[in-house]
Design a protein. Structure first.
Length: 144
């Protein structure tokens, strides 16, 4: 698959839908309070730990992240472009690094499923770009 393939654009749109569904609850203080409770209860029930106590600053950062990701998600759902996949894959590398950092420093294990999805979408969206780049490099060497 190349970044120009229709299948790649479907992948970009699918990652947008995933992000929209998963992060919409972070976008407002009221929905985040409910989501925080659900994540803590689900994490406790699954033995993955609970979320840290809810604070105004944590809520602010969750709302900022949720708002930006919701807007970015809607763009990829409504108008997926190959460049959106490249940028989203790059953002997922960063998100994965920060989730791994949190886990390495005592963050709740409830982050693991999200980390797996981030890494998976990141690889899926960046791999076609890497293949296209290395393929183009090989082509220029062959024609030299």
């Amino acid at each position: 698959m190349s970044p120009a393939d229709p299948a790649y654009l479907r992948l970009v749109r699918t990652s947008g839908w995933y992000d929209l569904i998963v992060t919409a609850g972070f976008a407002t203080p009221w929905t985040y309070r409910l989501l925080h409770h659900l994540l803590s209860a689900g994490g406790a029930a699954a033995g993955l730990g609970t979320m840290p106590p809810l604070t105004p600053m944590q809520t602010l950062y969750a709302n900022l992240m949720g708002s930006v990701v919701v807007v970015w998600s809607v763009l990829r759902v409504v108008r997926p472009l190959p460049s959106h996949g490249l940028l989203d894959g790059t953002a997922r590398v960063l998100f994965s690094l920060w989730q791994a950092y949190a886990l390495a420093h005592g963050g709740p294990a409830v982050l693991w499923p999200f980390l797996v999805v981030e890494v998976s979408f990141g690889i899926a969206q960046l791999a076609p770009w890497l293949r296209a780049r290395t393929g183009a490099g090989r082509e220029s060497v062959r024609h030299s």
